[in-house]
Design a protein around this ligand. Sequence first.
Ligand code: PGA
Length: 254
Amino acid sequence: MRKPFAAGNWKMNTNSRTSVDLAKRLADEASDAAGHSVTVAVCPPFVYLQAVTKALNGSSISVGAQDLYFEPDGAFTGEISVSMLKDIGCTYCLCGHSERRHVIGETDELINKKVTAAIKGGLLPILCVGELLEERKAGKTNEVVTRHIEKGLAGLSLEKVEAVTIAYEPVWAIGTGLTATPQQAQEVHIFIRNLLGKMYDKKAADEMRILYGGSVKPSNTAELMAQPDVDGVLVGGASLKAEDFLGIIQASIR
Ligand code: PGA
């Protein structure tokens, strides 16, 4: 049984006060659910990670980073290592989010190094994959998702891949208000699970969680979660409003 997973990606939003306020509200109101029925994580900006971790302390809500650098230490100005993230209490890390792929220009090879480094250092990577609108229109969704997954997971053993969560986030649905229909999400999720089954084995594929992301709201979470291969949600905009994210957490419980 795959436990539902609701993750909030705060992106480059919040400040020192609002990040802590949001975390405290979640800790107060979602801790019970987070402990039992659903895995809950928030991914604040790097500079607020420590304050958010402190504000969540004692709750069952985990903290994730939005990115990492794959080298362990050294002269990499501006970058943040896995051990630094572990040191301040991070559990998860997003890898290959579409904004990093398409705005910052990260390649599948770089993302693979990040996923590999995260697992080696004891962080749980959430590998984000998904097609652009023109790729969907050209019937290339499965091809793009296959490339993101095969390259993103390259070199990872069966044992290591168990640390990975996949997030299917069609780029055309991110921040646009255009959510994929539950059927569109399910089609890609089952495709991904079958692909993982071929790359690894059926048991591993059945155990891996595949989240959907892209304009998730309290009102569309339950229908997405009703799909057999949608195991959770990765939420951007709606995770910045306590009310909305709390609603999403509740609606993720099966
Ligand atoms: P959105 O973002 O919920 O604002 O569409 C999702 C994401 O980028 O993870």
